[in-house]
Design a protein around this ligand. Sequence first.
Ligand code: IMP
Ligand code: MG
Length: 180
Amino acid sequence: MKSVTYEGMTFDEYISKQEIEQIVQDVASRIAADYEDKHPILICVLHGAMFFLTDLMRALPIDCTVATVHLQSYDGTSSTGQVRENVPLRVDIRDRDVIVVEDIVDSGITMHYFKQILRARQPRTVKVVSLLSKPSELQYPDAKPDYCGREIPKKFVIGYGFDIHEYARNLPEIYALREN
Ligand code: IMP
Ligand code: MG
């Protein structure tokens, strides 16, 4: 099994490149079926969702546009319980069908908070697609992703966009922190 070490912690391969590709294709097919002719705007939540966004967008055979926002709720391996909007969304989403592209929904505070910001800007619809989610940790029911690639148990993951103090995003696979 492949393993990597960051900050003295060991992480074991958890989701392979091939499995990630399969998950992305599957989510893309579901979205394409629901959004044909709707010209949705994909809002990428930086930085975690950047690889998922680019792979998902290339797998979508429909007309769509993209925008970015930088939200931050995690510090290291745990949630701070607060959401910071480091770089706000700068495009007009009025009457648009919005799809928020997120890396992972954990407690749900990030999506709960961001959906409120979006609704105030009067989009036609807002849905969330998340590569992963941790259902056992969800504290904000309205943050449950409309499209979820894979549900995982309570684990801290890195790679394919997921970071530990901003490092490890560039690993092609997803790794989970080894439990002692
Ligand atoms: P939530 O706001 O508690 O739902 O947490 C969501 C955000 O925390 C995501 O956008 C991620 O950036 C970050 N996050 C949650 N779990 C993990 C993880 O296991 N690895 C890396 N980042 C995570
Ligand atoms: Mg994030």
